[in-house]
Design a protein around this ligand. Structure first.
Ligand code: 6GU
Length: 246
């Protein structure tokens, strides 16, 4: 998978060279290029931002450097166009389902906005040539899209074949699609007692069906408590008419 990231702070993406994603790059599973948006500026001050039309606080990223960057990174090739992801808190919410979808792509381009955001015409123009989405990683505001692109790249790359040693760990975890959308059950390792806290007895039983039942129950409890929004909707109680003798 080819991944291009465009940012005015390329160093923000350095953590991708570490750990699992770093190894995927070393192994050639991922070809990552981080680009400085200022490379596509032409003035002495390498300007990327300006004041918003219509007034208001903060600065907006000018469209020209973005347009040129995307022209260079997404050349017209016959073999499928890249997928462009514009990072913005106003985007569609990122999810595990989206990570799984993106893991099937050959080429992703991440556009990391800063300031109040990128001129709205950049996405419209890019959308004429490639599949373009504005994506948010949650309902809070970051200073820029760099950390959001780190999050998405990590979530996507770990799904690529050969990145995670034991592929079973991908299917069991929280939010994996096909897991009934439950949070993961609590897990334990040695020692059996630690600071007065015991590992639940059932886990020593060797009774796999009972353990599976217990885990399922704990997962449901945890989900009901923390993320009731993930549970299937409770069907409306059917209306029963009680007839009263007159
Ligand atoms: Cl993608 N960008 C910024 N700046 N803030 C965010 C975000 C993205 N997702 C959540 N908050």
């Amino acid at each position: 998978m080819k991944i291009d990231v465009v940012s005015i702070f390329p160093d923000y993406l350095q953590p991708l060279r570490l750990s699992l994603v770093g190894k995927a790059i070393e192994n050639g599973i991922v070809d990552l290029d981080v680009h400085d948006l200022r490379h596509w500026t032409h003035d002495r001050h390498r300007t990327v931002d300006d004041t918003p039309y219509g007034g208001g606080a903060g600065m907006v990223m000018r469209p020209e450097p973005w347009g040129e960057a995307l022209d260079d990174l997404a050349p017209e090739t016959g073999a499928g166009t890249p997928r462009l992801l514009i990072m913005t808190p106003a985007g569609r919410p990122f999810s595990q389902a989206m990570a799984e979808e993106l893991a099937g792509e050959d080429h992703l381009i991440f556009a990391c906005g800063r300031y109040e955001g990128v001129d709205a015409r950049v996405g419209v123009d890019a959308g004429k040539r490639m599949r373009t989405d504005e994506i948010s990683i949650g309902d809070y505001v970051l200073n820029g899209g760099e950390v959001a692109s780190l999050v998405i790249i990590e979530a996507v790359v770990r799904l690529l074949p050969g990145v995670i040693g034991n592929p079973e760990s991908l299917t069991e975890e929280s939010h994996a699609t096909g897991q009934d959308h439950l949070l993961e059950y609590p897990i334990y390792t040695k020692p059996p007692t630690w600071r007065g806290l015991d590992v639940p007895e059932i886990l020593f039983s060797g009774h796999h069906a009972k353990i599976a039942d217990w885990r399922r129950q704990r997962a449901e409890e945890l989900t009901r408590e923390r993320r009731p929004d993930l549970l299937p909707p409770v069907p409306a109680a059917s209306t029963i008419t009680i007839e009263r003798a007159t």
